[in-house]
Design a protein around this ligand. Structure first.
Ligand SMILES: [Zn+2]
Length: 229
């Protein structure tokens, strides 16, 4: 009898010990799993960013470009030429509705820092006014043609210049495959890509670039978001 009681006590002790060990193991396992999820979600919240920018528009291709970007949930930046706005007002409105950044690229595509102040300011202000007439907003950003800008230029309104880090040369290449290859070969996190929406090949290339880079986890932001980082 004595032996039997001892046997039961040992079994009970063993079961309790086993339960405690299992509990300990699973709670640690759960903790480990939780940590992995946490790290993963941190990585997920900071995807690499790219900004697509289009100069010299609007053009006959701009609405299609805006629509294609919208389908891909991409916001881009458009540096508009004042002289190209007339006749393309619908495109400008659509760009605004689709949430793109609208900015200034002068009126006549001139080198602003070579002009007398009054003429340079006219280039800026006339384009700002054209954009305001359609959207109800004055642009805050400018991409000076040829990247030539003087911080001394004072037109009474603050214009923040935005340049680029990759020049696609799309206007020169005008071949969808080659434009896509050039950009994908060069692209890195944080790049601001310069393109032009006046060419069908550029629009096609932009869609392909978005599709490829989204697959790689890139997120597309507007150029103002990129320079604020
Ligand atoms: Zn330009």
């Amino acid at each position: 009898m004595k032996r039997k009681t001892k046997y039961y006590t040992n079994t009970k002790l063993f079961v309790i010990l086993l339960a405690a060990m299992l509990l300990c193991y699973f709670s640690k396992f759960k903790e480990r799993q939780y940590n992995i999820e946490e790290i993963f979600s941190e990585e997920q919240s900071e995807p690499p960013k790219i900004a697509l920018t289009f100069d010299d528009g609007p053009s006959i291709y701009t609405e299609d470009l805006s629509e294609g970007l919208k389908e891909r949930k991409v916001k881009a930046s458009f540096f508009l030429l004042g002289m190209n706005i007339e006749g393309n007002e619908k495109a400008v409105k659509k760009l605004q509705e689709d949430g793109h950044l609208l900015a200034n690229h002068s009126y006549h595509h001139v080198q602003l820092n070579k002009l007398p102040t009054s003429e340079a300011c006219q280039e800026i202000l006339k384009t700002n006014n054209r954009i305001f007439e359609i959207t109800g907003n004055y642009p805050m950003y400018v991409r000076p043609p040829f990247g030539e800008w003087s911080d001394q230029l004072d037109c009474g309104v603050e214009m923040i210049p935005i340049f680029w880090t990759i020049d696609s040369l799309d206007w020169k290449i005008q071949n969808t495959e080659k434009i896509v290859k050039k950009i994908l070969d060069e692209v890195e996190e944080g790049d601001i890509i310069l393109m032009h929406d006046g060419y069908k090949t550029s629009v096609e290339a932009a869609f392909r670039i978005v599709d490829e880079l989204q697959k790689d986890g890139y997120e597309f932001v507007t150029a103002d978001q990129m320079i604020m980082e």
